[in-house]
Design a binder for this molecule. Sequence first.
Ligand SMILES: [Zn+2]
Length: 509
Amino acid sequence: MDLKIGIIGLKPGWKIILDQQGLNYEAVELNKKLSPNQYSVLIVDDHKTTKNNILHYLEMGGSILFSSKAYAQVFDKKIRSVRKKYLLSDQESMFSSIGLIDISNRIAIPKKANIKLIDSGLQVYSGKYKKGSFFVIPIDINKEILNMNACRRKFNADRMELPSEIVAQVSKGKIRKLLVYILQKLHYERNLPFIHKITIPDYQGLFIFRIDTDFCSKDEADAIYRLCEKHNIKATWFLDTQDKSKLEEYFSKLKGQELGLHCFKHKVFDNYNDNDKNIKRGIYNLKESNISQKGFAAPFGDWNKYLDCSLQKNNFSYSSEFVPSYDDLPFFPYSNSKFSKVLQIPIHPISPGRLRRSHFSDTEKIKYYKDIIKKRITEKDPIIIYHHPHHKMLKVIDAIFSHINSLGIPNLTMSEYASWWKKRVKTKTDISYNNGYITFRNLDRKINFLIYKDNMISCLQPKAKLLFSNIEFTKNNLLKREKNIASMRKYHWRDLLYNYESWRSRKNR
Ligand SMILES: [Zn+2]
């Protein structure tokens, strides 16, 4: 049978998540009769859905992930709409590692339904219907994933005072993880393996170091460059472009680094013309200095549809901000009823400068990044962090680079990762599972797959035919739920101060 997810109600938000994760899926029409052999799992997020076809699929042993509205429609239940700013996974549930999910819309909870509450904090339910199994999620996936609002969020650390930054209002990376865990379970319910494309080129990990130059001096930039040379790190530099002599005499001469555009004026505007003018002036100065750029990173990690429109017109291959998302995988943002052509590469948004503002000592800063690195490796996600040369903190950067190299984590520039990612998106491999064999069709040997069974994982190069019992699995470690979670969303007077500071710095430049 095909290891493929069928989705009824394929909206852009779902497409973003399924593509990020590299899952095989296709949109299913509302009125089609479905057999469990056609789809390993169905996602049903359309409350006008045809009841009998869905029940038939379940009855025959299929697995379904329902939105609560779709579930209520199929099983004749009512739902209760509840206002929540965030959801917090239970300490002892199968989703405990997810922790805190910030959301922006009301959630919908099934009423008087005879189904099992799997996680009371996340309000995830599961149930059985004849031979089939299903899960019910309360979150409006499409609305949350397409939300592009920003707000200040505190980030977790092993101490009282927490760092914060203005980032995406919704923790989209966490929502994706929740869905992936559920899809995994639903495959296991049918004794099927769960398979998706790897999210980084090398199973060992991926380290990307982004530098926003922010009007630093040549000496400040050079101190960071020398650390990159010392540790053999190819960093990705996003340049401020007002000072042409600095571009010509210094940046254009850097070896083995990627150069991209940060800004002319250090600002993102709320209209197309000013953004486009600013970007064009930056590109012009880079060109005059013999620098060619593929990527862009906006001042303050800001993003809006006008900026995106200008980036598309000016042929950028990718951009990297933290308002569309953070701690997440690359994706093509959706606005004005279409997908952008510019790949968004989210990063971890807390820079050493933000840690210093929250009074971290150097030892605490290094520990903070070591923890982030460990988390990303455990989750098989890219490690992408950033820095400003005028903040110096060379000891911290030196320690981070040493740590990365001691772990043997491969390093790429953002543009290398972006072009790998675009190839990955285009590879459409069909996978099926019959009599203990996995078959890959239209395979691309350069894109590996991750295969999961129970709490085990394996990374493998696709082959035409593969005996499942021959695959060597290792333990798939999950994160422990973060401590200190309660204080993350508690208001602190410093939040007000930091908001004032960021308002002032946006005004001044
Ligand atoms: Zn900047």
